[in-house]
Design a protein around this ligand. Structure first.
Ligand code: ASP
Length: 339
């Protein structure tokens, strides 16, 4: 679908959407909301995964909204004060990792050996510098270590023992693997065959300087093979940021996100394909991933203030905060299910 199609025939979009739901991806949900902010803004996600209304009580849903709101406030207040976007991304990812509701840091899912292995990455859209870590078992906040890989090494991605060896030279907190385990995950693990859970947390921001940054952190997929690395620490797959495109953080079935280089694909469609962010996300998630039955979603923000969340899963924990251009008012919103 070209950008002209979607701009001049915008009334056709819902029809196209409906037809594609029926014929292309009968199993998949469609969710996209687009924003336009002026000044700094933040979008976050707390994973897609198997979010079913019938399994999420109202009280539990309220807890998720509260958790997402707290992180939006933390991030937006930082941005409004003029904090650097990378500082805000790492602070928000740290808060999400420390919150056991989400599949990152504490509360992350187990691999097939009952161990938690964590992946994370961050990227600076101005400099294109990036840092990532994979297969961590003892680092409390993987996003902090990913940032240190970016800032203090000549590399982009460090994995497992080598990453933890590097962590000893940095000011990051070590914990026993049991720290990450929660009773809920233990119970899920015991029946993981029936519950291929995924989650992940992500943050994208536009800071007061006009630069975009992205970061993502995860325990991966429940019951994943020991040593499996997902899309999250693969720059271009689960995370990418470029001031000439957008900051993007993804969640979903990581193998599809790696094969399709989803975060970079969205950027490429913008940078060289002339698409707007929402169009690039729409095509990538609904056309490309639906055709492969690749489940998940993304959040993204561009230096011009345009932003989107787009997902083909039944739901995605998510939120956005910033001053909307058309009202000039500060807006903050969180959501869980499809819209
Ligand atoms: N994308 C993550 C992974 O495959 C999982 C998720 O987002 O839920 O590791």
């Amino acid at each position: 679908m070209s950008s002209n199609f979607s701009r001049s025939n915008s009334y056709l979009k819902p029809i196209f959407l409906f037809i594609s739901v029926l014929f292309v991806s009968g199993l998949y949900a469609q969710g996209q909301r687009n924003f336009h902010f002026e000044g700094p803004a933040i979008l976050i996600h707390g994973g897609a995964g198997t979010i079913k209304r019938e399994y999420l009580s109202e009280e539990k849903a309220a807890e998720y909204h509260e958790a997402l709101n707290a992180v939006l406030t933390l991030g937006y207040d930082g941005l409004a004060k003029g904090s650097n976007g990378m500082d805000v991304v790492v602070a928000c990812l740290t808060a999400l990792e420390n919150d056991p509701h989400f599949n990152a840091g504490k509360g992350a899912v187990f691999n097939d050996q009952g161990i938690v292995e964590l992946d994370a990455s961050v990227m600076n859209g101005k400099s294109l510098q990036a840092g990532a870590v994979a297969g961590l078992q003892h680092i409390k906040n993987p996003a902090q270590l990913a940032r240190r890989v970016m800032d203090s090494t000549a590399h982009v991605l460090l994995m497992s023992d080598g990453a933890e060896e590097f962590a000893k030279t940095q000011k990051v907190e070590f914990v026993d693997n049991e720290y990450f385990l929660t009773p809920r995950r233990k119970e899920q693990y015991e029946r993981w065959e029936a519950n291929k859970k995924n989650g992940t947390v992500g943050v994208v921001v536009l800071d007061a300087e006009g630069n975009v940054y992205a970061g993502t952190s995860t325990g991966g997929m429940m019951g994943k093979k020991y040593g499996r690395v997902g899309d999250v620490p693969i720059i271009g797959a689960g995370t990418y940021a470029d001031n000439e495109g957008a900051a993007v953080s993804c969640t979903g079935h990581g193998e599809y996100y790696i094969r399709n280089n989803v975060a970079f694909q969205i950027n490429a469609r913008m940078k060289w394909g002339g698409k707007l962010l929402d169009e690039a996300a729409y095509i990538t998630i609904f056309d490309v991933l639906n055709a492969q039955e690749g489940n998940g979603g993304m959040i993204g923000i561009s230096p011009d203030g345009s932003a989107t969340w787009t997902f083909n899963s039944a739901g995605m924990y998510r939120g956005a905060k910033g001053v909307e251009s058309h009202t000039g008012k500060l807006m903050s919103t969180t959501a869980i299910f499809e819209e």
